[in-house]
Design a binder for this molecule. Structure first.
Ligand SMILES: Cc1cc2nc3c(=O)[nH]c(=O)nc-3n(C[C@H](O)[C@H](O)[C@H](O)COP(=O)(O)OP(=O)(O)OC[C@H]3O[C@@H](n4cnc5c(N)ncnc54)[C@H](O)[C@@H]3O)c2cc1C
Length: 373
């Protein structure tokens, strides 16, 4: 179910089956001068998956979530009924299904509004920062730039604590030929052995990443692929984590506790010695999502990747989850494997209202866990 159904070249309104990947969508739309209104950090996800998690991107502070740009879709229920959903047609089903974790039914097709571009390139700037306060200052200073995101070194302690690179960009206004993307050439060839990612290699990676940018501030015109999808360049990059794989952790903290909570949690990660290979820090804006269960809220979000080591990484995850709740925050269901029922129900009090829209024949491991009595 990955066919394109319709495209209006004048308005950028695109309708496609929900199995179309964002990579396929961009292959079609970029040469025609249109881009995704919101994109996650990989293009290898489907439209249906992106709607079901109401994904956010580097432009959340100006564009909100993907759901804000979805105009309509169909919902197929297990009783065979088909609901046409938009802001005016079955609006409650529209709200429940955006960010509805695939639990309200199957989405056969989606329509969304793309945004016009004249170039593949991004007018990019990278600025080194030291500490959460500098990150927050840069966030405020560049709040009108379309894309902002930061990589943060969460192995750093002392003067290196929470150092990072604040990355910002806008679509270049200088027209180019909008060529299609080349196929990725690099492939991670095998599952890395368990010892490959340890605190020494991860610390070394973070140090190299920080110093890769030799000057405190660099500007460049960069293709959109490395800007939005740095990991996609290496197919099967996840093999780097070995056979047991990786677990992500992502929180959103409200502005009142964002600074204090982020410092506390980065400290917790640094002290644990279970360094995260990739840590991404970003501000969420205040554009409300149409999705009832949507994750983003105004404040700060931090996403961390850890190799799975049940005896060590699970207790750390559980500590970070409790801290998130204590700071008045919430965890991202799309990335979660550990949240308890009490934590979910505290952070998503609307869950009982949402449960009324759940398809009786659909469930998931996540849902069973977070609604367990
Ligand atoms: C490297 C990487 C970077 C990422 N960066 C971001 C990011 O920046 N921002 C962000 O928000 N997320 C990010 N994610 C998470 C990712 O965008 C979401 O998990 C997304 O939902 C995955 O979509 P998928 O097509 O792989 O769906 P799956 O993982 O297969 O499914 C995800 C959910 O969607 C439901 N679903 C899928 N298709 C349909 C359908 N047709 N109808 C109804 N329900 C459906 C499934 O039931 C499931 O609940 C990232 C993930 C990776 C691996």
């Amino acid at each position: 179910m990955d066919r394109l159904i319709a495209f209006e070249a004048e308005t950028g309104l695109l309708t496609a089956e929900a199995g179309l990947t964002l990579a396929q969508l961009l292959d079609f739309s970029v040469p025609r001068g249109w881009f995704l209104p919101v994109t996650p950090g990989t293009k290898y996800v489907t439209l249906g998956g992106a709607v079901a998690n109401d994904i956010h991107g580097k432009n959340h502070h100006v564009a909100g979530t993907l759901g804000s740009h979805v105009t309509q879709f169909e919902l197929l229920r297990s009783d065979g009924s088909r609901l046409h959903c938009s802001r005016t047609d079955n609006p409650d089903w529209f709200a429940a299904t955006i960010g509805g974790l695939g639990l309200t039914g199957v989405i056969p097709w989606v329509q969304l509004r793309l945004k016009p571009i004249v170039s593949r390139r991004i007018d990019y700037e990278g600025i080194q920062f030291h500490g959460v306060d500098e990150f927050l200052q840069l966030t405020e200073q560049y709040k009108d730039v379309e894309y902002t995101v930061s990589w943060v070194d969460c192995t750093g302690t002392g003067k290196n604590f929470a150092r990072g690179v604040f990355m910002l960009g806008d679509h270049s206004k200088i027209p180019d030929d909008l060529k299609p993307s080349p196929e990725p050439k690099l492939v991670f060839p095998f599952d890395a052995p368990a010892f490959a990612l340890n605190s020494a290699t991860v610390t070394a990676f973070n140090t190299v990443f920080f110093h890769k940018q030799l000057k405190p501030r660099v500007r460049a015109l960069q293709d959109y692929e490395p800007f939005f999808y740095p990991l996609d360049k290496v197919l099967h990059w996840n093999r780097m984590y070995g056979k047991s794989g990786l677990l992500q952790f992502q929180y959103a903290l409200p502005w009142q506790s964002a600074r204090e909570g982020t410092v506390a949690m980065l400290n917790e990660v640094a002290q644990s010695g279970l360094a995260s290979f990739l840590a991404v820090l970003k501000a969420f804006g205040d554009k409300p999502s149409p999705g009832m269960m949507s994750f983003p809220q105004p404040g700060i979000t931090l996403a961390l990747d850890f190799p799975i080591k049940p005896d060590r990484s699970f207790p750390l995850f559980d500590r970070l989850a409790s801290m998130t709740l204590d700071f008045g925050g919430k965890l991202y269901p799309a990335k979660d494997a550990r949240m308890t029922a009490a934590q979910f129900q505290q952070a998503y009090p609307q869950w009982e209202r949402f449960a009324r829209y759940k398809d009786p024949l659909l469930t998931s491991g996540f849902w069973e866990r977070v609604t367990a009595a």
